[in-house]
Ligand binder design. Structure first.
Ligand code: AMP
Length: 540
């Protein structure tokens, strides 16, 4: 016997429709790339998102066609989130920090039909436009007057003129909630970037879970400032959870330095925020050098990399609670959050700090376990570490266009992280088995770095490992064996990388060793190298 409740599909446009109707007067504020502050309400955002949906109809886009964005956090990007997904197309958010060739590769792989970009990325778009085979329309997120007279970009439209031609009368379509809504490529795997394809259902469930009291406690009394980019796992779901809760949103645009963020927080009375540790370091440094405090900020979600206990403590001293979370692009991204349990409430801050500094407990909807190399489940004793496996309704089962390869083994997704779980269910990430390095929240493929190094005529063998870094969390170190008789130094090797990877992906340092340890199967034992060089002093 089936239940007799209404079968309303969980569709993304419902978030904004709800906000427009029930929180229509709540403000959304954006620092624009043009430099000024833009403000309007959820009612205005709803109206303009509907114009985007109609404008896509006018271009003849079919259901599930991809619309790429290369943009900072701002109201126009938000409108695209809804206009594109709400009208049954797929928003494909692209990371502008990648090399132009990679951006073009991703746009071709995704078969993007329309490509929307902030004017700050005009030089990048000019460079890639001739190589993007499927893009039919390029949309610059600006007024018509701001368009360059000659760009060389075919069919270039101004966003304002494009949506300005529509009247905003639009009925959102109703369709299967399992339809794709968003696409985000991750470089946190070996080989080419992989597309993670979110559905309306997964995104909706994730937004609910992400707003729960032990997740972010987001409410209609909040004003949230997401520094985490809308091009990185949907800004951790804030574009969906904020309208769902009726929270005011402040988008920081491209000004991510400590001073700009602090001034925006104070001016808009921000109560909660979200971002990777590197941006918070800039903010905390600004506050300490200026001797300032927050007047309204009460909590911030921190994730993407380990949040150092010293940072959690610094925020605590400023009256701000850190919600340390762990997740992945493949997990939409939310997995765990380090909220206290009832039995911890009476503890001193010194006793609470090591608990909240862990990556936290699984939110409802995410199931997790740690296993040994044979797949046997390991105990939750806070000491035994193993490969971390997860499952749940907002976790990927396959990558886009690789539908023949399931990502699941016996129903579980292998995260590539190594962790302990304690008796209270708190996860702690202790290592990573995947061959990637995370610097300031962005991935560097150690295999790409090694392949380039191995192409150097004087290098016999090379391993690229992560070394802890106070600002970027991790930076790449190249450990290399010289060919016999070769006479090269660090500078030689580093110069060899120029132009072959993005500048920020070039290793910080090179150390030469006689041998790189190999395991039984002939694989380089990077865990041994990581241990050996964990205190390596990188050049300033
Ligand atoms: P991404 O898919 O780019 O969001 O990266 C996900 C990966 O970042 C995870 O698999 C972890 O390796 C790492 N990560 C995310 N959050 C944390 C955290 N709080 N602590 C340590 N590592 C993290």
């Amino acid at each position: 016997m089936l239940g007799l409740m209404q079968d309303e599909p969980l569709l993304i446009w419902r978030f904004l429709e709800h906000a427009g109707r029930h929180h229509g007067d709540i403000e959304m504020v954006s620092r624009r790339v043009e430099g000024d502050i833009h403000r309007y309400t959820y009612r205005g955002a709803l109206n303009r998102s509907k114009k985007v949906a109609s404008a896509l109809d006018t271009l003849g886009l079919a259901q599930s066609d991809r619309v790429a964005t290369l943009a900072w956090n701002g109201y126009r990007h938000f409108e695209l989130y809804y206009g594109v997904s709400g009208s049954s197309r797929v928003i494909h958010t692209i990371n502008p920090r990648l090399k132009p060739e990679q951006v073009a590769w991703i746009a071709n792989d995704a078969e993007d039909r329309v490509f929307c970009f902030d004017m700050t990325f005009l030089p990048l778009v000019k460079a890639i436009a001739p190589y993007c085979r499927t893009v039919r329309h390029w949309v610059a997120l600006c007024e018509t007057e701001a368009l360059p007279e000659y760009s060389g970009i075919p069919n270039l439209l101004s966003y304002e003129a494009w949506i300005g031609a529509e009247d905003g009368r639009y009925e959102w379509p109703v369709f299967d909630e399992r339809l794709a809504a968003g696409l985000c490529y991750t470089s946190g795997t070996t080989g080419d970037p992989k597309g993670v394809l979110y559905s309306h259902r997964s995104t909706t469930l994730h937004a609910y879970a992400g707003s729960l009291p032990d997740s972010t406690f987001l409410s209609a009394r909040d004003c949230i400032l997401p520094v985490v980019p809308m091009f990185h796992v949907n800004a951790w779901g804030v574009p969906y959870s904020a309208p769902m809760m009726g929270a005011k949103v402040v988008w920081p645009g491209a000004a991510l330095d400590g001073k700009s963020i602090y001034e925006l927080m104070e001016a808009e009375q921000v109560t909660c925020a979200a971002g990777v540790p590197t941006v918070w370091l800039g903010l905390l440094n600004h506050l300490s050098s200026e001797g300032k405090r927050f007047s309204t900020l009460r909590r911030t979600s921190v994730g993407g990399s380990t949040c150092p206990p010293a940072m959690i403590d610094a925020f605590h001293k400023l009256g701000v609670e850190v919600l340390h979370g762990w997740g992945m692009t493949e997990m939409s991204p939310l997995g765990t959050v380090g909220a206290l349990r009832n039995k911890h409430v009476g503890l001193s801050w010194e006793e609470q700090l090591p608990i909240v500094a862990k990556q936290g407990r699984a939110v409802f909807g995410v199931d997790m376990k740690i296993v040994d190399p044979d797949g046997e489940e390991l105990p939750w004793d806070g000491k035994t570490s193993g490969d971390l496996l997860v499952r749940g309704p907002w976790i990927a089962s396959k990558y886009f266009k690789r539908e023949q390869e399931s990502l699941l083994i016996d129903g579980w997704f292998h995260t590539g992280d190594v962790a302990t779980i304690d008796a209270d269910g708190y996860l702690q990430i202790t290592d990573r088995s995947k061959d990637v390095i995370k610097s300031g929240g962005e991935w560097i493929s150690s295999i790409d770095i090694e392949n380039i190094a191995m192409a150097h005529p004087a290098i016999a063998m090379a391993a690229c490992i992560a070394v802890p870094h106070p600002k970027w969390d991790e930076r790449p170190l190249l450990v290399a064996v010289k060919k016999s008789g070769a006479n090269i130094d660090r500078e030689h090797v580093l110069t060899f990388f120029a132009g072959k990877v993005a500048k920020w992906q070039i290793p910080d340092d090179v150390v030469f060793v006689d041998v790189i340890p190999l395991g039984a199967t002939g694989k380089m034992q990077k865990s041994v190298l990581r241990e050996r060089f964990k205190d390596h002093a990188l050049p300033a």
